[in-house]
Design a protein around this ligand. Structure first.
Ligand code: TRP
Length: 486
């Protein structure tokens, strides 16, 4: 029996896909990674580039991925192969599916460690272990939590097991219910924390840090980091959205769902920034403290808040659930692939993948204690997993997806999936044909230092305007050809 002859599993109800995709995109990326990267890259200018990347690159590519997933109705490897073949392209394109699937697996290998921090902080919050006099005291708690590999390994193993249990059961049942209450809960918690920041911390310093920008301060590396993070936070280029798109019912709008997901994701990230930075500045903490940033700053705020003890428990619970709904999505591609293309049951596939994942994530976990000295070119294994995926594989995967859907797939096929008015389709096509590919290539070259120190962004604008003009001409011709045929 071919995979396409199988009965289709689809998301339940109108909100199923939106909930699942939001659950995938809202995660540690928004609450843990976005603030610490913003802190490391100096604030507003980074935030601005990040927002531009979401709007100009992330949103169009998310639409492309959902479209490919739904048209292919399979795991990323198989889905990309099918849509490419349908349009008469080479099977070579399935390499794109392969890379994204592997990328999702690699991300999960370090993601479970951070999710482990989150759940261990939930435990500490419950058992009263998060009390300290100062930032230094909180930093010491964070360091102690990392120092013991048995402790850290316990929590990341727990996350791995829970993730694989849910994925083994099938994502539909596992995800939809948890996201439905978790998302609103998370937003309410963040709103309360922002309220606290307004009243008792240095809110204006936080706002200035996040939103004042001086583009001159940006380095090529920071722009690449912002772009990579835009992919990460929207769960793009790592198989998750293609895999979920495969379960999207035919009558649901890809445009509307994409916009909903992207807006929720961005709001949660900005809210997290607004909740965190005022506390950081009020306590004289360095915003560039790195990956431990939220774990050192937020408990201080909770300590000083009315009902802080309860809030803290609720917050770390939400963070853990947000992390889990993302973890699940990262490994769905691989499990679906083993299930559909190799005939394993989902449960078997999940256990098999889980064991390999456990080995690799344990190596990543050791970067924080026993393996602190195991470095290659100055980076730990944990950092390498993050670096390779966010700075290399995801932008490359995004580039491939943009080119595939922009130039190689038949217009008819992709238009049918996207089902948007023709002016909007024109904009989308412009985005995936020119904006994303050019931006990705330029950002790469700039980060490598190949464009010299003073890349003039006006050049980029000029290239895009010329592209738009050429594109408009071509589109007129193409639609005339379509009319002639049909
Ligand atoms: N977007 C999630 C976050 O921000 C992480 C994530 C989930 C992800 N699935 C992904 C990242 C797939 C890349 C690819 O936490």
């Amino acid at each position: 029996m071919t995979a396409s002859a199988r009965p289709q599993t689809l998301w339940l109800g109108r909100w199923g896909f939106v909930l699942a995709a939001t659950g995938s995109s809202v995660g540690l990326g928004n609450i843990w990674k976005f603030p610490y990267m913003t802190g490391e890259y100096g604030g507003g200018a980074f935030v601005l580039v990040y927002l531009l990347c979401i709007a100009l690159i992330g949103v169009p590519i998310m639409m492309a991925e959902i479209a490919v997933g739904r048209r292919g109705r399979a795991n990323p490897v198989e889905a990309v192969r099918r849509v490419a073949r349908e349009s008469g392209c080479r099977g070579l394109w399935s390499g794109l599916g392969w890379m994204s699937m592997i990328c999702g697996f690699m991300i999960l290998s370090f993601y479970v460690v951070v999710a482990g921090w989150s759940i261990s902080y939930l435990w500490k919050a419950l058992s009263g272990g998060l009390q300290a006099e100062s930032v230094d005291g909180m930093a010491a708690i964070f360091a102690a939590n990392n120092a013991n590999p048995w402790n850290l390994g316990f929590w990341s193993t727990l996350v791995t097991i829970v993730t694989m249990l849910i994925v083994g059961k099938g994502v539909q049942a596992g995800i939809e219910r948890s996201v439905r209450w978790m998302m609103p809960g998370l937003v309410v918690m963040l709103a309360l924390m922002i309220g606290y920041a307004v009243v008792s911390a240095d809110f204006s310093a936080g706002v200035h840090f996040l939103f004042d920008f001086n583009v001159g301060e940006l380095t090529g590396e920071a722009v690449l980091a912002a772009m990579g993070h835009a992919f990460f936070t929207l769960s793009l280029a790592a198989g998750a959205i293609i895999a979920y798109g495969a379960y999207l019912p035919a009558n649901q709008s890809i445009v509307r769902t994409t916009l909903t997901v992207a807006i929720c994701d961005t709001l949660v990230a900005l809210m997290a920034g607004l909740a965190i930075f005022p506390v950081i500045f009020a306590n004289g903490m360095d915003p560039a403290s790195g990956p431990g940033l939220i774990f050192m700053s937020l408990p201080l705020a909770f300590q000083a808040m009315p009902f802080g003890g309860v809030m803290e428990v609720v917050f770390f619970l939400m963070l853990t659930v947000a992390a889990l709904t993302s973890s699940i999505s990262m490994i769905e591609a691989t499990v679906a692939w083993l299930n559909q293309s190799h005939g394993l049951t989902r449960r078997r596939a999940a256990w098999g993948v889980g064991i390999v994942l456990w080995v690799i994530s344990t190596l990543a976990m050791l970067s924080f204690n026993v393996g602190a000295e195991w470095k290659l070119a100055g980076k730990h294994f944990f950092d390498w997993l993050d670096f390779l995926t966010s700075r290399l594989m995801m932008p490359l995967g995004g580039l491939g997806m943009a080119l595939l859907t922009g130039f190689f797939l038949r217009r008819r096929a992709i238009r049918e999936e996207l089902a948007m008015p023709s002016w909007l389709f024109g904009l989308w096509q412009f985005a995936v044909r020119y904006v994303s590919p050019i931006a990705i290539v330029v950002v790469f070259l700039d980060a490598l230092g190949w464009l010299g120190t003073g890349f003039d962004w006006r050049w980029l604008a000029a290239i895009l305007v010329v592209g738009l003009a050429v594109e408009t001409g071509l589109r007129k011709r193409a639609s005339r050809a379509d009319e002639a045929v049909g």
